[in-house]
Write a protein that binds this ligand. Structure first.
Ligand code: EPU
Length: 425
């Protein structure tokens, strides 16, 4: 099993290019199932998760070819409607094939993803929505089996809470339904806007992009897509926090600053200087200031455009280096504090009560390197940030979590001046 080693205490400086967004690539890849023919997706990150979804899609009959960051998916011969437990259990986002398969084949049998380290992660809203579009959904033996005779039928669907992949699944189902579907209280994450753009390019009729009400006028067929994946706002935020945590100054390039409104405000509130350009964001310290001068700032995770849950763990690592105390309220997932015990091994001072963590910044005392365990993707990146900022050596185990969502992590960090390497054991 691979481990990641970090010799901490070196400030990160320079620039780092952001890859395509994992959480946009996954739904856009799934959306290719909607139309026969060859689809071209650009700026696709090469990650464990994108590879897993390609395996699921191969099982369904699609073929693919990667050339650099361009992925061509041929969905002509998609004829199998079953996504097996073996693959779905390794990545819950495989459930994104549900909507497009029912829309195209009238049937989908997809293993229920089950919980994961960060919470239960039910799919009741996906299933409820498909039923409201006229499908019959039977849940048995760990699978959800969805059938419809002919086409799905448009309907008005109200989400109890805005679900990102739930919105994406129902959007993909509704584009080929007969009649109009209205998705109310839909999620508004930029990755959904990216999916809307791809579907529009394929001939779908959708109104309300970037709002919580998507109106979809179903069409009979779609044509193959040619679409680029948006930059990964979570990767961009992670590098900005990493640079700040090491007292450095640097720029993330090839990103969309408007996709990170809450994080950039919070970073400014800590005392950092944040400069936004059209496609890049720079972070630096005021003259004569360093990490110990950062002020602790509270955050509460919220659906977009609120503060992203996927950047909570990384911000917590930064707060454990600042001065004062920060209240971190996780409102999206019920168990997303798995990194706390690991950060404590590095001398962070954090108290958890329910969905709230109170971090007491270490100020001048800083963190110290230690052997730690990665538990989920974003928790792992907070350990990387802590390790980069700590004095001494940090050894992170189970780094396959990191490989799910950070493309070329070691190369990118090394390019910024970090001393970081992987070892297999
Ligand atoms: N929820 C339900 N029922 C459902 C669906 C969701 O109760 O049917 C609840 C969830 O339990 C959670 C809330 O709704 O409390 C929001 O979950 P959501 O469905 O929005 O999450 P998701 O679609 O499963 C995506 C990202 C996650 C990210 C969340 C929140 C993808 C592939 N995954 O998950 O990304 O944390 O939205 O922004 O887009 C990550 O990249 O590390 C990651 C976990």
């Amino acid at each position: 099993m691979d481990k990641l080693f970090i010799e901490g205490g070196k400030s990160l400086n320079g620039s780092v290019k952001i890859s395509g967004a994992k959480n946009a690539a996954l739904p856009l890849m799934a959306a290719t199932l909607l139309a026969p023919g060859k689809h071209v997706l650009r700026n696709v990150p090469d990650l464990r998760d994108t590879r897993t979804l390609l395996k699921v899609m191969e099982e369904l009959g699609a073929t693919s070819e990667r050339n650099g960051d361009v992925l061509t998916i041929d969905a002509t011969h998609v004829n199998n409607y079953e996504a097996s437990y073996e693959l779905v259990r390794t990545m819950r986002a495989s459930v994104l094939v549900l909507g497009p398969l029912v829309a195209r084949l009238g049937r989908a049998r997809v293993s229920r993803p089950g919980g994961c380290a960060i919470g239960d992660r039910p799919i009741n809203l996906h299933v409820m929505g498909l039923e409201q579009l006229g499908a019959t959904c039977i849940q048995e033996s760990g699978y959800v089996d969805v059938k419809v005779d002919g086409r799905l039928t448009g309907n008005t669907i109200h989400f109890d809470l805005p679900s990102v992949t739930g919105t994406e699944n129902l959007l993909m189902a509704a584009v080929l339904a007969s009649g109009t579907t209205i998705l109310k209280n839909a999620a508004k994450e930029p990755e959904i806007g990216n999916l809307v753009d791809m579907l529009l390019g394929m001939g779908a009729k959708i109104e309300g992009r970037d709002t919580d009400e998507l109106i979809i006028h179903g069409v009979e067929e779609l044509s193959p897509a040619d679409c680029a994946i948006i930059p990964d706002r979570i990767e961009a935020g992670t590098y900005l926090i990493a640079i700040a945590a090491t007292g450095g100054a640097g720029t993330v390039t090839n990103c969309i600053p408007e996709h990170l409104p809450a994080l950039l405000n919070k970073l400014r509130a800590t005392g950092l200087i944040i400069d936004e350009d059209e496609n890049s964001i720079s972070v630096s310290y005021p003259e004569g200031k360093g990490v110990a001068d950062l002020q602790c700032i509270d955050i509460q995770t919220m659906p977009y455009p609120g503060y992203a849950t996927d950047l909570q763990a990384q911000f917590m690592a930064l707060m454990s280096l600042a001065t004062g105390s920060a209240v971190i309220d996780e409102t999206i997932f019920e168990n997303r504090f798995m990194h706390v015990a690991e950060l404590e091994r590095m001398n962070a001072i954090i108290k958890i009560k329910g969905s709230t963590a109170v971090v007491t910044g270490k100020g001048e005392d800083g963190l110290v390197g230690a052997p730690v365990m990665a538990t989920d993707l974003r928790a792992s990146s907070s350990l990387v940030i802590a390790g980069l900022a700590a004095t001494g050596k940090t050894e992170i185990r189970r780094i396959y979590h990191l490989e799910r969502g950070y493309e070329k992590l070691v190369d990118k960090l090394t390019g910024l001046g970090a001393k970081v390497w992987k070892e297999s054991s």
